[in-house]
Design a protein around this ligand. Structure first.
Ligand SMILES: [Zn+2]
Ligand SMILES: [Zn+2]
Length: 402
């Protein structure tokens, strides 16, 4: 059998020859019998092959089968592209001369190698998330603590500051920990309390490229009342000025709705209150006379998916941890929660609320529970005895690889 017209046409006008400089996968295969060599580059978006290119050293059969392979593979889902066989490529060419079937018909095999290369690389790509505690109520060594929270998230190639702590302490701890605040791509504010926003002015001075994300209600006046004393606990006026200046420059994203910070990384926006055992403490108010309770509509959490399940980052979880987890599961469609890290604001919670919260966490089978800031020692102890292997505290300097 000689070459078919179709095979000759592909040999004369091979499609998609070349290489992809930023390929997601590369595969190479050679035939020792005749010395043919095929190298395939693939580009993948949303699990589909959006580009396939190759270079081939070989006979007309090898060139024609590479050309046909790219036509068959282009646009296919990765799983379907894996099903493509060398024989299917030959059939699509109307057949190949018999002696060419084995040595020169390796285009689909080279494609498989490129896909395998992509698959093995991609879990590492998705899985490169590290959370470092920059500010917390506790610290050790030469790191310093304050009542507040700031977490530094390295997510794929992005750097996100989640909350800022109460003062510019964040800058000193970051320096000690080797974190370069100037590299911040986004600053996310969980809610408008002073202990999460106080260092914002200092940070935005340095993180000049960052986008700021917060809920508009975070700017509202906020007060607390304890022992007959009223305290302003909202964002300082000077910090609000900076936020408005940033907004005027188009650098603020108001998270009035669930928002994607970077591909795969999300902010919940306002969290619906579903459970009957989680309530915002009655000591928070929106007026200085302390008549109108602040329900903290600005309270939001951040989350992303990982191969092991969702990772949830909390500020204070004023909306309630269980409300927050329920909502994130609903928003994401992912039922598995792998890790929850941050402030859990259970310091004044009733024993009953802590028990219900533990039950809910048990149902989600959460593997990593990193407690920080306002979780409260009573809750920390109960969590530790309920989840001895999963629980840990996030003092300043704690690094969690996810
Ligand atoms: Zn708070
Ligand atoms: Zn707080």
């Amino acid at each position: 059998m000689q070459y078919t017209d179709k095979a000759l046409e592909h040999f004369m006008n091979p499609r998609n020859v070349g290489e992809i400089s930023d390929a997601d996968g590369i595969g190479m295969i050679g035939s020792e019998e005749c010395g043919d060599m095929i190298k395939v580059w693939i580009k993948i978006a949303n699990q589909r092959l959006v580009d396939v290119k190759y270079k081939v050293f070989g006979c007309p059969a090898a060139i024609a089968s590479c050309s046909m392979m790219t036509e068959l593979a282009m646009g296919k889902h990765v799983d379907d592209a894996c099903e493509l066989t060398d024989n299917q490529v030959a059939e699509a060419l109307g057949g190949l001369p018999a002696h060419k079937y084995h040595c020169s018909n390796l285009a689909a095999s080279a494609l498989h190698k490129a896909i395998m290369n992509y698959v093995f690389k991609s879990p590492a790509k998705i899985n490169t998330a590290v959370v470092t505690t920059l500010v917390d109520n506790n610290a050790s060594g030469n790191l310093k603590s304050e009542h507040g929270l700031s977490l530094w998230l390295e997510y794929q190639d992005k750097r996100v500051l989640f909350d800022i702590g109460q003062t510019d302490l964040i800058l000193r701890n970051a320096e000690t920990l080797g974190v370069n605040i100037a590299n911040t791509d986004a600053v996310v504010i969980s809610h408008g309390h002073y202990d999460h926003t106080g260092g914002l002015k200092a940070v935005l001075n340095i993180a000049s490229q960052a986008t700021l994300l917060l809920h508009p209600e975070a700017l509202k006046p906020k007060f607390s009342r304890k022992d007959n004393k009223t305290k302003m606990i909202g964002i300082h006026d000077s910090t609000k000025e900076i936020i408005h200046t940033f907004a005027d420059k188009g650098r603020v994203i108001w998270t009035e709705m669930p928002t994607e910070v970077f591909p795969g990384l999300f902010i919940t926006s306002r969290i619906p209150r579903i459970t009957d055992f989680e309530d915002v403490e009655s000591s928070f108010f929106v007026d200085k006379n302390c008549r109108k309770v602040d329900t903290l509509p600005d309270d939001q959490a951040m989350f992303f998916d990982s191969p092991k399940g969702l990772v949830v980052i909390l500020g204070c979880a004023h909306a309630g941890i269980v409300n927050t987890l329920h909502y994130i599961v609903k928003l994401s469609g992912e039922k598995r929660i792998y890790a929850v890290i941050g402030g859990m604001h259970l310091l004044n919670a009733s024993a009953e609320r802590i028990e219900y919260t533990i039950d809910a966490i048990r149902q989600y089978n959460i593997q990593k529970i990193g407690m920080a800031h306002c979780t409260g020692s009573k809750a920390v102890e109960k969590f530790k005895s309920a989840f001895p292997n999963e629980c840990f505290v996030c003092h300043v300097g704690k690094r969690i690889e996810l």
